[in-house]
Ligand binder design. Structure first.
Ligand code: GLA
Length: 743
């Protein structure tokens, strides 16, 4: 991977073996976009790609010609109002009321490696050779604001981008729009793919043709949200999971975002990705700077699976960090659905003992252990153990669990407070609310003003005390409501537009301090399930609870959708009871586990309540997961068949050496006299012979990938029932192992 700059042509060419990204300093000094796509020769002047032409109704920038109009030029960081009328990447309100800006090229620097983004989560390198970074410096000569555009090309082909504003002028300005990424593409022949839903049905795949006009997904809830994810894919209509041109855009951010495509009537496409300009207004005083979050673009000719594998590598290895990044994740049991708020120490120990007997490694105590928290109206904010429920405190319980031979984990919801809590009684002014207005609640809780350092400090102090005082190996960090009446009592009126972003910076600050102080604690992020499942969180917590919905059929869709951007090791997935608590559906135990295997794996139930036969099945599931979790969580993952398109879903994880693979096959509804079915596998070595557990003989890799693997070879009718495979919501796991002597 390289970045070159040709002085004569003023062209930057960023490339690796697969991808080229080409920009040019335009005649007015702005930075223009020439090409983003498959790698092309670097030794060439591509200036002819600048579309300079005269059109009726166009406005022109240069006095003596009718050719150069920003309306028809592709730009790197578009501005509005000086011949371009599209939505801008930047809008700055200046003292005289003007919003025009004019960022002109000054200079640039290129260096191996990647600088950190202060206070923000971002991708990183471990050695400088993994990536090369270009910083292009531009300046608005009227306001004296400097703009630095940062581009990092990773070996893998991913390109990370962000922007930084520095006020070198004499007046304060207001940043009203400061996107992380602006990409102008020369045509609009794409499908737009978004990942949307709601609580309990997060990240469902929605595909439609890109059309003239604006299409967007966004959040204005104060967190990235269940409703939309800060991730967007454009693919050619002929591209699918396995082939074809696909571009993924992901924002490393957990707050309000906007992901937008604007197709103009000349059919060019502008992508914008960044902090949502709605509700955003950042005052930049003289001498201050503002760093946008990072956006990551991935270009693939190997379809959506190809794109996903690049994201998985980058986000699994160079966004997630710390002790747990590369480690197989512990199999856990969580008491929430087993007890809700209704537990005693004895009850918890019963659950833990049975779990240990079945092979579980980590016991997680969920909501209800602190303050007066025996229902949802009280206790949030008081992070001290409830002595009535836990007479020996967290320390005593943790020791008991450790004594059983398991690790101990604990739930927190650090950003929230109930009005019925000591913290609220002491600091009623610490919640986010607007003076003189009604304060709305969510689940009877209020959001603490994390834009204030003293609030974050206080919560840190309480959490630190718990984590220092007991052997806690895992923290589930929850966040269960959106922000309303957004306003901070600590900021002046002209800074209220900063609160949403400052809040998220406060969340990141608390995460940074806790992960630095307790580097071996495994953090799992959660927000009523997947309400803040985003790359920003992944930087601090290497796994996230994907959804409160643990029904196997629903989970197939949620995990399938999540896998487009996020690595399997990051997807929190558990087995729960039937009828399921979210959709009241009955699915077989083997299918619940077969879905949860493609994630971090665990149980969300009281194993004592299962039959002896089911408990034996659980033991076998745990044995299986322990044997294959490295492949499942860190292997190359391929989606094979989409639950959004039909009755069957399938996927496979293959280890790096292509010697071990685990495939999952799932059928939603059964039918009468059903056809034979096969799935074509992916990721195997063509010439290797593979043994398939439970089947005679062997199969070549090319055979399994072209002919396919038969998935319906078991007896039908009553025979299948007795074998445990029949009826609705059936599924199977296939383990493939390369036969050594033939490699
Ligand atoms: C949220 C989480 C659940 C559970 C409850 C506890 O809904 O997503 O997993 O922790 O809170 O209140």
């Amino acid at each position: 991977m390289h970045i070159i700059y040709q002085d004569e042509t003023k062209i930057f060419h960023l490339y690796n073996d697969n991808v080229s990204y080409i920009m040019k300093v335009l005649p007015n000094g702005h930075l223009g976009q020439l090409y983003f796509g498959r790698r092309i020769n670097a030794d060439k002047d591509y200036s002819y790609l600048l579309e300079m032409m005269s059109r009726p109704m166009a406005s022109y920038l240069l006095d003596d010609e009718k050719l150069f109009s920003l309306e028809h030029i592709r730009q790197e960081y578009g501005v509005y109002g000086t011949t371009d009328f599209r939505r801008p990447a930047v809008e700055i309100l200046q003292e005289n009321g003007s919003r025009i800006s004019d960022f002109r090229f000054q200079d640039y620097s290129i260096a191996y490696g990647k600088p950190e983004l202060e206070g923000l989560p971002a991708t990183y390198t471990e050695t400088p050779e993994e990536a090369v970074t270009l910083i292009v410096r531009l300046k608005d000569l009227v306001s004296d604001i400097r703009l630095e555009l940062l581009y990092t090309v990773f070996e893998t082909g991913a390109i990370a981008r962000s922007a930084k504003f520095i006020n070198e002028g004499k007046e304060a300005v207001h940043l009203l729009t400061a996107m992380s990424l602006c990409l102008d593409l020369p045509d609009s022949g794409y499908d737009w793919v978004q990942f949307s839903g709601a609580w309990s049905r997060e990240r469902h795949v929605k595909i439609r043709r890109l059309e003239q006009g604006i299409q967007a997904v966004e959040s204005m809830r104060g967190h990235s949200s269940h409703e939309h994810n800060p991730f967007l894919v454009l693919k050619r209509p002929s591209a699918d999971e396995f082939q074809g041109e696909t571009i993924g855009f992901s924002l490393v951010y957990s707050g309000n975002f906007l992901a937008q495509a604007q197709v103009d009537t000349q059919d060019t496409t502008r992508i914008l990705l960044g902090i949502n300009p709605s509700c955003f207004d950042w005052k930049l005083e003289t001498g201050e700077s503002f760093q946008t979050p990072e956006a990551v673009m991935v270009y693939s000719l190997e379809g959506m699976n190809g794109m996903s594998r690049i994201f998985h590598k980058l986000y699994g290895k160079r966004l997630a960090r710390g002790y747990w990044r590369d480690k197989a994740r512990p199999i856990l049991i969580n008491n929430w659905e087993a007890t809700y708020f209704d537990f005693t120490k004895e009850r918890l120990l019963e659950i833990a003992k049975k779990a240990k007997e079945c092979g579980v490694e980590l016991f997680v105590l969920d909501d209800g252990w602190f303050g007066q928290r025996s229902h949802e109206r009280a206790g949030l904010g008081d992070w001290v153990a409830n002595p009535e429920r836990l007479p020996d405190g967290i320390k005593g319980l943790a020791e008991k669990i450790e004594g059983l031979g398991m690790q101990f984990g604990l739930w927190f919801e650090p950003e929230m407070v109930n009005k019925d809590s000591d913290l609220y009684r002491e600091h009623p002014d610490w919640i986010i609310e607007t003076p003189g207005r009604h304060s709305s609640h969510g689940r009877f809780q209020y959001v603490l003003d994390f834009s204030r350092k003293e609030v974050v400090d206080r919560i840190y102090g309480m959490m630190e005390k718990i984590l220092e005082g007991a052997k806690v190996s895992y923290v589930k960090w929850d966040m269960n409501r959106s922000i309303t009446e957004c306003y901070s009592a600590s900021l002046p009126s002209d800074r209220q537009g900063e609160v949403f972003h400052r809040y998220i910076l406060g969340v990141y600050d608390l995460y940074s301090r806790l992960t630095a102080k307790f580097p071996k604690v495994l953090f799992e992020s959660c927000a009523s399930g997947g309400g803040r499942f985003d790359p920003g969180m992944l930087y601090y917590a290497p796994q996230g609870w994907a959804s409160d919905d643990t029904d196997a059929a629903e989970r197939l869709k949620i995990q399938y959708g999540t896998s487009f951007c996020y690595p399997i090791s990051s997807i929190g997935s558990h087995v729960s009871v039937v009828p399921n608590h979210q959709v009241y559906r009955n699915t077989p135990l083997h299918t619940r586990a077969n879905v949860a295997f493609f994630g971090t794996f665990g149980y969300e139930l009281d194993l004592n309540k299962l039959t002896g036969e089911e408990q034996e099945q659980v033991k076998e599931q745990i044995r299986f997961m322990k044997e294959y979790r490295e492949v499942l969580q860190f292997g190359n993952f391929y989606r094979l068949c989409s639950p959004f398109e039909g009755n069957v879903a399938a996927w496979i994880s293959v280890n790096e050496e292509q010697t071990v693979a685990v495939a999952g096959w799932y059928r939603i509804l059964s039918g009468a006299n059903m056809p034979y079915t096969r799935i074509k596998l992916q990721g195997l070595k063509e010439e290797y012979r593979y043994k398939i557990e439970g089947r005679d003989g062997y199969y070549f890799g090319d055979e399994l990938m072209n002919v396919g693997l038969i998935t319906t070879d078991y007896t039908s009718g009553e025979g299948a029932v007795s074998e445990g495979y029949a009826g609705d919501f059936d599924s199977r796991i296939f383990v493939l192992t390369a036969v050594k002597e033939t490699q």
